[in-house]
Design a protein around this ligand. Structure first.
Ligand code: ZN
Length: 110
């Protein structure tokens, strides 16, 4: 699959990378649409302490598209909250920080 990979501030490359296997509680999404935001600009200019933990690293964090598959035994669907949401066969990510106190924060995978 193709991915934007971050190497260092100012160095993001489009590359062919192996398709990842979803882990427990994760789903694999074919990106149908992606956005850039202020965090992406800041990350491109100076890196990011939590989004980029090692390099090279996939770059970007706002996207949605059809879900491909989930980890064996993972629960898919249910309440539309958490780090990812799936409605039928499409998914998107929640891009806001969790409060840690709401129902969504308490019940979504970390
Ligand atoms: Zn963002």
């Amino acid at each position: 699959m193709r991915a934007a990979m971050f190497y260092e501030p100012g160095d993001v490359r489009m590359e062919d990378v192996p398709e990842p296997e979803p882990g427990p509680g994760e789903i694999l999404v074919r990106i149908g649409a992606a956005l850039t935001c202020g965090t992406d600009v800041k990350t491109f200019k100076r890196g990011h302490p939590t989004l980029i933990k090692e390099v090279p690293s996939p770059f970007g964090h706002e996207f949605g598209g059809p879900s491909r598959r989930s980890a064996k035994g993972s629960k898919i669907g249910g309440p539309a909250c958490g780090w990812w949401q799936q409605i039928r066969r499409r998914a998107t990510v929640a891009t806001t920080a969790r409060s840690g106190t709401s129902r969504c924060a308490r019940t979504s995978p970390s």
